[in-house]
Design a protein around this ligand. Structure first.
Ligand SMILES: [Zn+2]
Length: 197
């Protein structure tokens, strides 16, 4: 299980094993079928790649374990997305720029190669598709976050909806949006979901 938290530290600060920059261990086991009021314990770190504008680094992510059921949680800073190497702000920014400028994907990808040498069209297509496929979950989360987002849900066409969504996420700031969305839904907006909402 991942717990998303907001951090004012830079991603680079997570490139060494540093307990001090992570939240305290949960006081309860977060797994519902356990949830005993026993504080979780430190359980090492796992490493993951992190790609942002102009650099790739390894981040060390704190893990805690429940002493009762033995399951673990990882504490993920909100500038990271689970299962994605590219940073949350960069993924949102790429899509936002692409939609805003209305240029062909091939041209756009070539224009950002200087910052992201390994980026391919298929990455960006994948991000776009994930957001469209998650529309129900995302709109559900938006409705919980603020009543002003409910009008967004009335946009019939998916591409127009994505464009509006990206504008709003960019205004809020992607890391803050990711954190707020997680707090309201317990899920990441980019994690594959199948929900009926
Ligand atoms: Zn437990």
């Amino acid at each position: 299980m991942q717990i998303v938290f907001f951090s004012n530290h830079l991603p680079e600060d997570f490139s060494s094993r540093n307990s001090d920059i992570f939240p305290e261990p949960p006081e309860h086991c977060p797994f519902h079928d356990c949830s005993l009021p026993v504080k979780m314990k430190k359980h090492g770190f796992y490493s993951r790649n992190y790609i942002s504008k102009g650099f790739t680094i390894v981040l060390y992510i704190r893990r805690y374990i429940c002493p009762i059921c033995g399951r673990t949680v990882s504490m993920l800073p909100s500038f990271c997305l689970q299962h994605f190497q590219y940073s949350c702000p960069d993924i949102v920014n790429m899509l936002y720029e692409l939609y805003k400028n209305g240029i062909p994907l091939k041209t756009y990808v070539e224009s950002i190669r200087g910052y992201f040498p390994a980026i391919e069209r298929r990455h960006i297509n994948y991000y776009k598709k994930r957001i469209v496929n998650n529309r129900k979950l995302i709109q559900y989360g938006l409705n919980l976050m603020s009543p002003e987002f409910t009008t967004l849900g009335k946009i019939p066409e998916n591409q127009a909806w994505v464009k509006d969504l990206l504008e709003k996420v960019w205004e809020i700031q992607p890391s803050i949006f990711h954190f707020d969305f997680y707090n309201n839904t317990g899920k990441s907006f980019m994690t594959l979901q199948n929900i009926v909402a």
